[in-house]
Design a protein. Structure first.
Length: 261
């Protein structure tokens, strides 16, 4: 089965910053999609902020097994109704991978329910990523650690909920550490946050990073049918109870009436 993957990119700095444009002539989203399409079993396409509905229509999300999100300068420009739509699809079973500065994206903050804040420094320093869960599928094929010669520093404290799993921890040349690869379950959807990926550095050409992205897509893919009515909260009639039941006592709602929201 081919995993249908949609790589969403903000596509702002690629158009406004010469360093980024020269480094990623097809956009960060194009570079990431190319890395994924080099793997058997993954078919990656792209969408950007500038597309109609940001390229994230309901029909397109229905056909998406895993969504990858990279954003930085224009989080506030993502329409709230599109964010709500994406969140419902994640809760229904679509996988989500959030990269680097996407920690401040509306979708990640909505799913985490926390500020997702951190400390940072843009100094092109070395990042060493340690694998903290050797047998995790996302870490398959990696050494115990690998290095990126130039990256933006992210440091603790990281304002996220306690992760389901911590797959990577990063150390930076300036001394800070950071939980750089963490997983969550939101509804039926698998969620992975991966820290590397500052746009002025060639991070997405690094083969270890590309290995992580490919493995993360395979991990995030949920083969079960999508749960489309994730907001349903039905009022179950007494006569439909699994065991014989007689209603008793006062109640607020008439039979069949919807509850409060």
């Amino acid at each position: 089965m081919t995993i249908q993957t949609l790589v969403w990119g903000e596509n702002v700095h690629e158009k406004t910053n010469k360093v980024v444009a020269d480094l990623y002539p097809e956009g960060l989203h194009g570079c990431i999609a190319g890395a994924l399409n080099s793997a058997d079993g993954i078919e990656a396409t792209t969408a950007t902020l500038q597309d109609e509905e940001h390229g994230l229509t309901n029909d397109r999300l229905i056909d998406t097994d895993v969504l990858i999100w990279w954003g930085h300068a224009a989080h506030g420009e993502v329409a709230d109704h599109v964010v709500d739509r994406v969140a419902r699809h994640v809760q229904a079973g679509m996988g989500l991978i959030v990269l680097h500065s996407g920690h401040f994206s509306k979708i990640f903050k909505k799913l985490m329910g926390t500020p997702c804040n951190l400390t940072w420094r843009e100094a092109g320093e070395r990042e060493r990523l340690w694998v903290t869960s050797r047998n995790h599928p996302i870490a398959a094929g990696l050494p115990d650690h690998f290095e990126l010669e130039n990256e933006e520093m992210y440091g603790e404290p990281f304002g996220i909920p306690e992760p389901l799993e911590t797959v990577f921890i990063s150390w930076f040349q300036g001394g800070e550490v950071f939980r750089s690869g963490v997983t969550y379950k939101r509804g039926a959807g698998n969620v992975f946050y991966f820290r590397p990926g500052h746009e002025t550095y060639p991070t997405f050409y690094d083969e270890n990073v590309r290995t992580v992205l490919r493995s993360a897509v395979m991990w995030a893919h949920n083969t079960a049918p999508r749960i489309m009515d994730v907001d349903a909260a039905p009022n179950v009639p007494v006569e439909d109870a699994l065991e014989p039941l007689t209603a008793r006592g006062p109640k607020l709602h008439a039979d069949g009436e919807e509850g409060y929201r």
